[in-house]
Design a protein around this ligand. Structure first.
Ligand code: P1T
Length: 387
């Protein structure tokens, strides 16, 4: 079954048996608990909705199918998925090697919670160079945590090369695939062990639900994380499961339009006299354009740029738009714009931001699926406002 078909059919099959009503769309199972006829076994297989719920099961199957994975687990947010993963696989004194340019909230979770409170060690490295990942591996390393392309600087790392290095040391490789979605990048096929998503973004696609997912093939890792999902309880609600199931049906067509608009915006900005630098993996000027072509089947809907101007100009620019909402988050049908240093990545200490090249005036765009002409006209209008 091809991607677009899986995105519509896996997990949602009309059921006519045993009183099934043939629903084409999976109903929202709001029950918290399930009655049984006998004490010893749950009659219909379900006990309690923290442990399992039919709407959540449908989404878990759907997302696993989209990443070509055996198993899927969904959580209350992307960060809840990350928390469950680390709680499942690491203990105090063990070590994570992580890409140094991650979503600010992921870095805050690793540093402020897992490291400062639970003594999990974390090394942040520039994973664009696989050798630096290799050099950071220690006897107590358990996990390599990658995000590619990164948020917000769109740096890439070579998943296959890093997975080969990590597997020589029997480490688990996690790839946060939020920016590309399974439509444009399939990390498991490149050797990753676990794919992580903030489903809040492209998978749901409509800026109206938070969620997170882990997709994987290894049964023993799956059992460990599933145990934590139930024990710690950070599960996705049936209503959010329904919304994301609905969102995934249009993922392919949305991703194509996100990308089309992102390419137009990137080229428009690159040729604009008020812009110093545009970062988009689909531009030939991107230093890892070749790796992007090799590793991904498209370039996605996210881009960042720096104005020829100061931070005040950047603030006036993002405040001067009518269609681009000035907001955190990404991946919705509507275009969003933000200043990472002040908004999504404010929790990353300024010296760390400087080290990874995140300028205070960097502007990040999540290209929506509006008409591209309107988006370019809006951007040009904001340039005129800052003069
Ligand atoms: O917000 P939440 O669903 O918990 O997902 C966290 C997360 C994880 N990974 C990546 C790559 C992300 O971008 C995010 C969330 N990011 C934003 C809110 C943002 O505006 O970048």
């Amino acid at each position: 079954m091809k991607f677009e078909t899986r995105a519509i059919h896996v997990g949602e099959k009309p059921n006519f048996k045993d009183g099934g009503t043939g629903d084409v769309a999976m109903p929202i199972h709001l029950t918290s608990t399930y009655a049984r006829e006998k004490v010893d076994i749950p009659t219909a297989g379900y006990e309690y909705s923290r442990t399992a719920n039919p709407t959540r099961d449908a989404l878990q199957q759907r997302l696993a199918a989209l990443e070509d994975a055996q198993y899927g687990l969904v959580f209350a947010s992307g960060l809840a998925a990350e928390t469950s993963l680390v709680l499942s696989l690491l203990k105090a004194g063990e070590h994570i090697v992580a890409f140094d340019d991650l979503y600010g909230g992921s870095r805050r979770l690793f540093t402020r919670v897992f490291n400062e409170r639970f003594k999990v060690e974390v090394s942040y490295v520039d994973a664009r160079q696989p050798q630096l990942v290799a050099d950071s591996i220690r006897d107590n390393t358990r996990l390599v945590w990658l995000e590619t392309p990164t948020n917000p600087l769109l740096k890439l790392c070579d998943i296959e090369a890093i997975a080969n290095i990590a597997h020589q040391h029997k480490l688990t490789v996690v790839v946060d695939n939020t920016f590309m979605s399974p439509y444009f990048q399939q990390p498991l096929a490149l050797g990753a062990d676990i794919v992580m998503h903030s489903t809040t973004k492209f998978l749901n696609g409509h800026s109206d639900s938070l969620g997170g997912a882990l997709l994987l093939n290894d049964e023993s890792l799956y059992e460990k994380i599933k145990f934590t999902q139930n024990a710690a309880g950070g599960i996705l609600s049936p209503f959010d499961s329904y919304l994301i199931l609905r969102g995934t049906k249009t993922l392919a067509v949305r991703m194509r339009q996100h990308q089309k608009n992102a390419i137009r915006i990137a080229k428009f900005l690159e040729s604009h006299p008020r812009v110093n630098r545009v970062i988009y993996p689909g531009l030939e000027s991107h230093p890892q354009h070749e790796l992007a072509q090799k590793q991904m089947s498209g370039f996605g809907g996210m881009l960042s740029f720096e104005l020829d101007g100061n931070i005040k100009d950047a603030k006036r620019f993002v405040e001067g738009l009518k269609y681009f909402a000035l907001a955190e988050s990404l991946g919705g049908v509507e275009s969003l714009i933000e200043l990472p240093a002040v908004m999504t990545h404010a929790s990353v200490p300024p010296e760390e931001r400087r080290k990874i090249g995140l300028a205070d005036g960097l502007i990040r765009i999540s290209a929506g699926i509006e008409n591209g002409d309107d988006l370019l006209e809006d951007l040009e209008g904001a340039f005129q406002k800052i003069g």
